[in-house]
Write a new protein. Structure first.
Length: 212
């Protein structure tokens, strides 16, 4: 695995430390990842206090991510609004619910439906003047405010080391599943200006990429 969310909790492995079967590799989730995204939101948009989350409850992993989000938000004094999106046909109703909830920001889970409809989502967020939290830089390249997540390139490079070890005789069951160690922060400065937000210089220098 180069990218897998909660592999131990959905039964792909027995545990991260001892996979126990023929599957091992890397998880793209770390314990404090969701909390870090909300912390970044507060740095970028200090007045944001209500976040609408676009997610798919039918996914095997997203209910786990949503649970983590609720816990992190409670600790940070942020209110979460659940906005369920299972298919592209759900966006019209979902967007109406976001508007009705009077959210300050939107967090978009990086599932296939949201990914392939990212321009639609980003355009809605901009039109509605919502700060957008994304998990993949491609949303930011499409006009989203910022993304923060495990570095895809780093994950793939590290996955290659597993291939090397297994080809040399190591058993997957004996190779612990590793969590991400390199994270990528991408900020769209043009979008921030459109939303009337001033990105702190301390945050800009920490960003891996700034789109202007």
């Amino acid at each position: 695995m180069a990218l897998s969310a909660y592999p131990d909790k959905i039964g792909l492995v027995e545990s991260l430390a001892r996979p126990g079967g023929n599957v091992t590799g890397l998880s793209n989730v770390s314990p404090d990842l969701v909390g870090k995204r909300l912390q970044l939101l507060k740095e970028i948009a200090p007045k944001a206090s209500r976040v609408a989350v676009l997610w798919n409850p039918a996914s095997p992993v997203e209910p786990l991510g949503f649970r983590d989000e609720l816990a992190a938000a409670a600790a940070g004094g942020i209110e979460i609004q659940s906005i369920e999106v299972r298919t592209p046909d759900d966006y019209a109703v979902a967007f109406a619910k976001v508007t009705a909830s009077r959210a300050d920001a939107v967090h978009v889970f990086a599932n296939p439906v949201n990914y392939y409809n990212r321009q639609l989502i980003v355009d809605f967020a901009l039109k509605s003047r919502l700060s957008g939290i994304y998990e993949d830089r491609r949303f930011v390249e499409s006009g989203g405010l910022f993304s923060y997540g495990a570095s895809f390139n780093d994950q793939c490079r590290r996955a290659a080391t597993y291939v090397d070890k297994i080809l040399k005789g190591a058993k997957p069951a004996d190779l612990p599943v590793e969590q991400p160690t390199k994270f990528e922060l991408v900020i769209n400065l043009k979008t921030a200006k459109t939303l009337g937000l001033t990105i702190p210089q301390s945050l800009l220098v920490r960003a891996d990429d700034v789109i202007s």
